[in-house]
Design a protein around this ligand. Structure first.
Ligand code: F6R
Length: 236
């Protein structure tokens, strides 16, 4: 596992965007797996800015997001607002699980099929939960799991309550499974702030533990962890 150490959230955002932008510039076609949340906001801001500043088209980019709340379009709206509306990516290239599908189990099967049809994920960007979750794979999730419906833990619900000022916060979500995530060709995990220090320490310590879902990444051959000072606080 590769660790890139940066000072703060600003440098983390810029570095993450530079890594992805270099790939956007050089590839003919790219499939990105993308997270929502607080951590990648700056990365989306920089990627939007670079597209404009360098007149770089994103029309050859495809995206599949990690997760969406059941019965909600919260993360669809987030992606539109913070990234998609700022760039020229065709809307038919952007994908998130449909949390409003009549049958969520069928939607999970459709989403897995969609990822395969796209030829898999070239670069999966991840955030990390305080409890070590990746996507919405909460502690105890099987490392082989495919896209599935999850019941969110109280700590995850609390951390994300800010997204639900106008609607009731759903307690379930659809998430790519850890098995799905591990099939990505490359993984870039972003961790900022002291609240993530324990999860980052467990991840970099390198022993598999289903109670800390991110430790599954130690099984993947091409993972880069981009962590700021706060998130590295418990490493020696
Ligand atoms: C969101 C996601 C989550 C977040 C994690 C960290 O799509 O997959 O795993 O990455 O909850 O969230 P923030 O960045 O808000 O601390």
């Amino acid at each position: 596992m590769n660790l890139i150490s940066v000072t703060d959230e600003e440098e983390l955002s810029r570095t993450a965007a530079e890594i992805l932008f270099a790939k956007i510039k050089s590839a003919d076609r790219l499939v990105f797996g993308l997270p929502t949340g607080n951590t990648p906001l700056g990365m989306y801001r920089y990627l939007s800015k670079y597209s404009n500043e360098y007149k770089q088209s994103y029309q050859h980019v495809y995206t599949v997001n990690l997760d969406e709340y059941a019965g909600s379009e919260t993360y669809h709206n987030y992606m539109e607002k913070h990234f998609f509306q700022n760039i020229d990516i065709p809307s038919e290239h952007t994908h998130l699980p449909n949390g409003k599908a009549d049958n969520l189990e069928d939607e999970c099967v459709r989403y897995e099929g969609l990822i395969s049809k796209l030829g898999g994920i070239d670069v999966q960007v991840l955030g990390i939960g305080e409890n070590g979750h990746i996507g919405f794979n909460e502690p105890g999730t099987n490392f082989d799991a495919r896209t599935h419906v999850v019941k969110l833990t109280p700590s995850t619900l609390q951390a994300n309550a800010k997204y639900f000022t106008n609607e009731e916060q759903p307690t379930e979500a659809i998430t790519m499974g850890i098995g799905t995530i591990l099939e990505s060709k490359e993984i870039l995990l972003l961790a900022a702030g002291e609240r993530k220090a324990r999860a980052v320490m467990e991840l970099l310590k390198g022993s598999l533990n289903e109670e800390i879902p991110a430790t599954a990444l130690t099984m993947h051959p091409n993972v880069t962890v981009l962590a700021d000072q706060g998130a590295r606080m418990l490493l020696d």
